[in-house]
Each structure stands twice: as structure tokens, then as C-alpha cells.
Write a protein that binds this ligand. Sequence first.
Ligand code: GDP
Length: 194
Amino acid sequence: MDIKQSEFVKSAVTPNQYVEHDSYEIAFVGRSNVGKSSLINSLTNRRKLAKVSGTPGRTRLINFFLINNLMYFVDLPGYGYAKVSKVEKAKWGPFIEAYLNNRPQLKKVVLLVDSRHKPTGDDLMMYEWIKHYGYQVIVVATKSDKLTKNELAKSSKLIKETLNLAGEDKLLFYSSVTKKGREELLDIIFEGNE
Ligand code: GDP
């Protein structure tokens, strides 16, 4: 299924502000600057649906997007940005966990990691939360246009080892620049829900 229609619906902080609906959601989460906004924009063929951040770490909200008048993409706040205060850093945990803990509509979580770097401690914690709450995880390694074939193979091994991916977990490489991985990711996102 391709994405023909997409619109921003609302931002939320607390669970009582989440969009009320009986459909399903796919959430996107990752470190600040990992390329999450660029990925959402390239999936939806929109240039500015999700804000590409000049200043990483500024987006503190959960953003809901209605896709094909059918289901929702949920853009969770980026984590791990070095320059935010300790207090700010301490906030994102409970914030994301509250969402993961309270969302029967949530079907799959797309966890973005940077293909050029070893996944961080925060990435691992996020992966473990997603699994703990029982959601299907799709690990997407971003900015893959920056790697050679050889480096891609190494990166794949490093991500699998560092996150200790289970056999059923999907890992794919993505580039918002070349759109490599787009079709595959869309197939996985909508699989079983069309
Ligand atoms: P976010 O903070 O996770 O939403 O990340 P952004 O989407 O704002 O991207 C952070 C930076 O990485 C921006 O300068 C983007 O242009 C760049 N970027 C994002 N995706 C890609 C990609 O697939 N390839 C390359 N080369 N750069 C990317």
C-alpha cells in the first residue's frame, strides 16, 4: 500500500491528549537527529509534514498524523540529545513509556538507529521497552546512502549484536535521500493491516 494522503492531526503531551480513534497506529522513535522527520517526510512524499530539526532535541511532543484517512503515524520525541539539561533528559523516559504503556491502538514500533554508528545505550533501552510492552519492532538503520556495501554489512552485524535482535525482529536500511528501503518499509508497516 502506498501513502496517498497524510495530514497532521495534533500534538500531545499527556495520554488524555492522544487522538481518540478505533483504528491502528505505527509509532516512530529514535535518537534526536537520527533522521526520523526526514524518514516520515519521505514515506509520505511530503517535504515538511514532520519538522526536520535545525536544532535537534527541540521536539518534545508526541505528534499524530492521519495516513490515507485510515490509520495514524505517531512521531515520538527524539531522545539522547547531548545539549539538553539533565531535567529535560529525565523527562523523555516517562513520557515515551506512558505512551507505550497506554496504547492498545499501537501495532508496531519503528525504532530508528543511525547506520553509521553503534546503537547507543538509549537505543538499547528503547528496544528493550518496546519488546517488554510486547509490540512488534522494526529496526530501521538511517542515512544508509552514506555507507559503502562493505560498511552496510558491518553495520548490520553491529546493530544486530548490540541490540541483541530476536529472530522475528526486522532490520532494514533506509535512505531519505535516495528513498532506498521505502517500498520495503511501507510493506512491513502495512503488513497484516490493509
Ligand atoms: P530527526 O531529529 O531524527 O527528526 O532528524 P532529521 O530528519 O531532522 O535529520 C537530521 C539530519 O540528518 C538533517 O540534517 C538531515 O538532512 C540528515 N538526514 C536525515 N536523513 C538522511 C539520509 O537518509 N541521508 C543523509 N545523507 N542525511 C540524512
